[in-house]
Design a protein around this ligand. Sequence first.
Ligand SMILES: [Zn+2]
Length: 353
Amino acid sequence: MRAVILKRLAAASIAFTFIAAFTDASALAENSAEANPLPAKVTGLTTTALTKSPTGCKPSKSALGVSRTITIDTKGGPKYGFVNYPGNEILKDKEVLLTFDDGPLPRYTNKVLEALEKECTLATFFVVGRMSIAFPKTVKRIMKEGHTLGTHTWSHGNLQRGGSKRSIAQIERGIAAAEAAAGQPIAPVFRFPYLGRTSAMEAHLKKRNIAMFSIDIDSRDTRGYSPSRMVSHTMARLKSRGKGIVLFHDIKRTTAAAVAPFLRALRKNGFKIVHLKTSNVSPPITDLKKKYDKLLSARSSGDKAKIRIAQKAFKSLPARNKRSVKRSGTLKVNSAVTPSVPSINSDPFKRGQ
Ligand SMILES: [Zn+2]
């Protein structure tokens, strides 16, 4: 029995090594195809200087403001961010693009929004679909204050696990839910949870004309750092790199406390904020959007029976493809496991707005 287990472990290790090698090889091929270090050469991109933010606040000498707006055409699914897509640089020296993932969560997202407003500056939020349905007012506030709203799947699924049907459902439900919560078209920009891209899902996003954003710098706000350590770490990375798309999470207490001092540190060190916009929209799948509209209106009516009916439409995602390794080392697909998506009522983040 022990020998069989060891044999299976060895086979699994070979299979994972193969997968890792394949991933590295495809990343290299992609990087060389996209190698383009100069911002001026990035196609489908226009820039404009910003003197007044959409919120109406006039940048004063003492506020960080926004130095320019980059408008991207997301047709064909362009990819940005050094960690996954080195070479396709959109920032110039001393420029910073602020990005916030995993929200909205009102008690922290609102603090982040207040800090940004105080500095008269703008960011991009990659929201999670089920969080958007739980907190639509915060989604609307993000948009009203002029920030860019992209998506980050329905329930923060790791798209490197599970099959393509399930992953597409994660992506599309996230988009439909965020747009239903926003009540207006959102930006066709997406970030893979855990930066876990797959070539199949990149192909899907490309077909849907959705831009993919990786990161340049991780603020490490998920690692239990204190706000001051988080600020000093991120500033050190920025100074060494000279610019960057910075990743934060607006569901973290540390982040809510660290954003204001971080923005002050940016100003003190001569960094400028770039605002991301898109020149086009990529509408959500109509049927899905209608279902989320129905769910949101049921929730705002407070009618429990209506909520139950609307939630039924999202009882589960398509089956997860559980990979298991046979003795031969080949992968077999087991689609028997169908975990359900947490309902809004069981959402651990659920709080009143
Ligand atoms: Zn995330």
